[in-house]
Design a protein around this ligand. Structure first.
Ligand code: UDX
Ligand code: UDX
Length: 453
């Protein structure tokens, strides 16, 4: 099938960068990204490229080269679906808040709504591609919705999970370790797989494009994220042991990583993993295991999340113990709100949880992040506040000050906590002998006043 037009539903952290790269590599294909959030589409179309909603190194340049040439951000969802041969679904799939599986399973409302939107506007053969991370067998549900359409159209559903990491999304898309495409073994299923293989083949070596069955593709995404997160929880669990024994976690991690069977990646101790995927995907996996009666397996994976929560609370307590033991004012400066450097995304960031824990302990908290907006920071705190139904909620908000520069923040508090590894924080090493710095990202050299993990 000749692909001339591609549509993507969801202009977020995955949809935006992924479609920008496809548009760059395929100037002869028109790529249209749509979203239910009109304001987001306006931001993607903004003349000032610093206003596009996703901050990713290298993204602005690609948008500059492709936007309104063959990459379009549009509010006309109907037209984009009707005209395209290939439709990617890159909408968010948060953890369910109510109903069966609440707190564990993925909320598939957005995916199902997107499938319904496709079902209402499609009038010709469509290859529908799951980009969002989905529980195994979601493709069945999508097929069911598409089959119920009154419109006469045929379709194939593929699973093509995205493995990009935020902050390095463009590089990850350019040089993917692998591209995974799941499709049905029928003739038409395999033809659809082939059409998508051809899209990626333009820049990804064929040996790195893996074609598998749909369920394997869906499960591989959950499993990859669970394995990565598991390494972080393993090293963070060991960091707690190092602290009480006098071993140094970086030295232990380095020694472990030298074993080529283990490898040195994803072994950095930290205040805990954040981001929109790890916790959600593991809980999803846990739910799946429970559903199939595999309680021990469910418990195994759930502990990866429990250790993450433990690490956050352990570090908040460490600060509190230090402040109490030294009779200091209950005031701290938090450096970094994003869940990792080089992104403006703060979803599930450990900064939120550590800050909130300190606020609950009566602290005044000064915050600075180079890319996360003030509004976003306050929304994050309010979300936890609403969820926890904190007693005396106003006092929590009164105790937060968000600063515009690292200088302002440094002047604000005696105790500073590094929670995101932004490059600009490395300069803290040079100055500030009068400050007490807790470096929970181990980016500073150890000194008398600098405590590393
Ligand atoms: C992605 C994946 O798709 C998700 O499955 C993964 O687990 C996390 O990363 P992401 O791109 O990071 O999601 O989410 P987000 O930045 O929130 O973007 C999703 C977009 O979809 C939003 O802009 C939202 O407005 C849009 N959306 C949502 C729709 O266009 N239609 C809907 O019905 C729901
Ligand atoms: C992750 C997966 O890496 C990616 O393949 C998938 O598509 C989406 O989920 P992302 O969440 O964007 O990507 O970032 P990642 O680099 O994996 O970092 C996740 C969290 O783990 C961050 O908070 C990071 O600081 C933390 N981390 C990472 C550690 O604490 N230690 C490490 O050694 C590595």
């Amino acid at each position: 099938m000749k692909v001339e037009k591609i549509c993507c539903i969801g202009a977020g952290y995955v949809g935006g960068p992924t479609m920008a790269v496809i548009a760059l590599k395929w100037p002869e294909i028109n790529v249209t990204v749509v979203d239910i959030d009109d304001d987001k589409i306006d931001m993607w179309n903004s003349d000032d490229l610093s206003q596009i909603p996703v901050y990713e190194p290298g993204l602005k340049d690609i948008i500059k080269q492709t936007r309104n040439k063959n990459l379009f951000f549009s509010k006309n969802i109907e037209k984009a679906i009707d005209e395209s041969q290939m439709i990617f679904m890159a909408v968010n799939t948060p953890t369910k808040q109510t109903g069966k599986g609440a707190g564990m399973a993925s909320d598939l409302t957005y995916i199902e709504n997107s499938a319904r939107t496709i079902a209402s506007f499609a009038n010709s053969h469509k290859i529908v591609i799951e980009k969002s991370t989905l529980p195994v067998r979601t493709a069945e549900k999508i097929k069911e919705i598409l089959s119920e359409s009154k419109n006469k159209f045929t379709f194939e559903v593929l699973s093509n999970p995205e493995f990009l990491a935020e902050g390095t999304a463009i590089q990850d898309l350019f040089k993917s370790d692998r591209v995974l495409i799941g499709g049905e073994s029928t003739k038409t299923g395999q033809e659809a797989v082939q059409s998508l293989v051809e899209i990626y083949e333009r820049w990804i070596p064929k040996t790195k494009i893996l074609t598998v069955n749909v369920w394997s593709a869906e499960l591989s995404k959950l499993a990859s994220n669970a394995m990565l997160a598991q390494r972080i929880s393993s090293i963070n669990a060991l960091s707690a042991l190092c602290e009480v024994t006098g071993a140094k976690i970086d030295e232990v991690s380095n020694a472990i990583g030298y074993d080529h069977r283990i490898g040195d990646k994803f072994l950095k101790a930290s205040p805990g993993f954040g981001g929109s995927c790890f916790k959600k995907d593991i809980l999803n996996l846990v739910y799946l295991c429970q559903f199939y009666g595999l309680d021990e397996v469910a418990e195994f994976w759930l502990h990866v999340v429990k250790i993450n929560d433990f690490q956050r609370e352990r570090l908040a307590k460490k600060i509190d113990n230090y402040v109490s033991a030294n009779n200091l004012n209950k005031e701290v400066g938090v450096l970094g709100w994003a869940f990792k450097k080089d992104t403006n995304d703060s979803r599930e960031s450990s900064s939120i949880h550590i800050t909130y824990s300190l606020l609950e302990k009566g602290y005044k908290v000064n915050i600075y992040d180079p890319k996360v907006s003030k509004n976003r920071i306050m929304e994050d705190i309010n979300e936890v506040r609403n969820f926890k139904k904190t007693i005396n909620p106003d006092s929590i908000i009164d105790n937060i000050i968000i600063h515009n520069s690292i200088k302002d923040l440094e002047n604000s508090s005696l105790v500073l906590i590094v929670l995101t590894e932004w490059d600009e924080f490395k300069d803290l090493n040079k100055s500030k002998e009068d400050k007490i710095i807790f470096d929970f990202r181990n980016i500073l050299e150890e000194k008398e006043n600098i405590y590393r993990l």
